[in-house]
Design a protein around this ligand. Sequence first.
Ligand code: GTP
Ligand code: MG
Length: 243
Amino acid sequence: MDDFDGDATELLETYDFLMKYIIIGEAGTGKSCLLHHFIHNSFKDHSQHTIGVEFSSRTVKLGEKRIKLQLWDTAGQERFRSVTRSYYRGAAGAILVYDITNRESFINLSRWLADARALASPNLVVVLVGNKSDREEDRQVEWIEASRWAADNNVHFLEASSLTGDNIEAPFLLAARTILLSIESGALDPEKAGSGVSYGDRALRRVNSSSHLSFGSLSASSRRKRATVKLRVGKWVPGTRCC
Ligand SMILES: Nc1nc2c(ncn2[C@@H]2O[C@H](COP(=O)(O)OP(=O)(O)OP(=O)(O)O)[C@@H](O)[C@H]2O)c(=O)[nH]1
Ligand SMILES: [Mg+2]
């Protein structure tokens, strides 16, 4: 946790950007556990199927920017599909989860992605997560196959374990960094309705005082001692949009 400076319980909730994320994928792939580990830094014992949608949030730091993530953990079960879909609207980021020990959850990814792209922000940033990487002996989906699928579908990809905590923060930070870069390039306008991002009061104050938002700290973040974008993406997909 040294390389990560986020605290969901902070009293002084100032932030530069507010970003909406959805966590999607088949039932039982470990979405709730992934999110629980990200928020509480521990494995969620005895996780039950999510009923509908559950909300949580955490503020993270990327370079000089404080970003509040609004996280919508959706139920994977088919019977909740119409309810959960209604939460896709205006999401800036999607964490798309499959279980590396369950081939079915991988086969169905296309459907999840199509739904998300149809309903969320037009600039939706998707990070594919192959969860349960601790269960190597039960693996049914090879890393190379998933990385090809990710490249073909223009999404980021990594494997993680909600049990051990391995790579648990990377998907959330990676999506945030990609979204920030889109804002910087002008591709994404936080003031546009449905963008999935809005300015926090910290950013507005800065805009007022300088009329210009600088993201220089992002690209320089890896050089900074307190850099927070130290993503462990060893299993990265060459040619995808980030890093
Ligand atoms: N070994 C291992 N088990 C995991 C991991 N993540 C989740 N699990 C287990 O997988 C099961 C399902 O986890 P959940 O987080 O509830 O799954 P979900 O995707 O939220 O399921 P729905 O809410 O029904 O969509 C639970 O029994 C967890 O203990 C992991 O990284 N490794
Ligand atoms: Mg769940």
